[in-house]
Design a protein around this ligand. Structure first.
Ligand SMILES: O=C(O)CCC(=O)C(=O)O
Ligand SMILES: [Fe+2]
Length: 323
């Protein structure tokens, strides 16, 4: 039985409507490949000066790039390889099983997603499949040791970034709970179609911070100084990016940057992303005045995102909360 979702059959009408011209032929492959700023987290356990310098560099990267990578993050290669093995095993299941409405592999129904049901043009299509799993569902799986560690790295980094803006608080511990945070397992099947097709369309993340593990295939791109650049894969590193909520909380000091994944013609790609999200009731307001955005609850934010996607086919995000 075939593990692949029926991307070719389902979206064929979109390809047929798109003329293959030099304009939409793999435009994105030509972007420059760059290393993200690299932060060595082992410096956090050194002397005060080193520790402060490390925090300072992190805050600068979150401000200037919205993205950075961390090394010596405390998650062993063994755990990362286990995660990968488990991820491959999960996606190798027949497509029919992945779609099941009852519990599959202990993940709640509805965790599995593929393609883009609302896409009306190829630019809106994400050539990928994913399991979007609440942390509470991970507890009984073999990914639990990774999930626990990554959750604690996320808490620690969020606290450091808040502290650098002068706020020592338990806000993230209190509002981001296992029932509100997610692990998303992504798989990008090879895409041999000679058109510019995204693995995941350009977006910003709707959380505080995301921790991402990408494999050696590469394909993650982000906007830096108004230009798309491609992120060089680094097996030792985890990628951190600022989400919309931290941008709002930091009053635009940290930046939630647009990113996407481009497909590979022959190779499949796997990635795993941890999203530090608050409960629906949590109110996000700026840590300083005057505030750039009007305050909103996470529920209101996600409702707007969903409404905009339905209405326009894309997320508007933070600009919806400009006064
Ligand atoms: O797979 C990747 O590298 C990025 C995934 C991503 O941006 C997401 O799941 O929000
Ligand atoms: Fe993302």
């Amino acid at each position: 039985m075939d593990p692949d979702p029926p991307l070719h059959e389902t979206y064929k009408p979109l390809f047929d409507n798109t003329k293959i011209s030099s304009n939409n032929r793999r435009r994105l492959v030509t972007v420059e490949e760059r290393d993200l700023p690299s932060i060595d987290l082992s410096r956090l356990s050194q002397n005060e000066l080193e520790k402060e310098k490390c925090k300072e560099e992190m805050a600068r990267a979150a401000h200037e790039w919205g993205f950075f990578q961390v090394i010596n993050h405390g998650i062993s290669m063994e755990l990362l390889e286990k995660l990968r093995e488990e991820q491959v095993r999960v996606f190798k299941q027949p497509f029919q099983n992945k779609c099941r409405e009852d519990k599959f592999l202990n993940f709640s129904a509805g965790s599995y997603r593929w393609g883009t049901p609302t896409a009306t043009s190829i630019g809106q299509l994400s050539w990928s499949e994913a399991f979007h799993i609440p942390m509470t569902d991970i507890s009984s799986s073999s990914m639990e040791p990774f999930a626990t560690k990554v959750a604690s790295v996320a808490q620690k980094l969020a606290e450091i970034l808040a502290e650098k803006l002068g706020h020592k608080s338990t806000f993230f511990q209190e509002s981001c709970l296992p029932s509100t945070c997610y692990l998303r397992l992504n798989r990008y099947p090879p895409c041999p179609i000679p058109l510019d097709i995204y693995g995941i369309t350009p977006h910003t993340d709707s959380d505080f911070i995301t921790i991402l593990r990408q494999d050696q295939v590469g394909g993650l791109q982000l906007v830096k100084d108004g230009k798309w650049i491609s992120v060089k894969p680094n097996p030792d590193a985890l990628i951190i990016n600022i989400g919309d909520l931290f941008q709002a909380w930091s009053n635009d000091f940290y930046t939630s940057v647009e990113h996407c994944v481009v497909t590979h013609p022959t190779k499949e790609r796997f990635s795993a992303a941890y999203f530090l999200c608050p409960s629906n009731e949590t109110v996000i307001e700026s840590c300083s005045n005057p505030s750039v955005y009007t305050k909103f609850s996470f529920r209101e934010y996600m409702q707007k995102v969903q409404d905009d996607v339905q209405l326009y086919g894309y997320k508007v995000g933070l600009p919806r909360f400009l006064p």
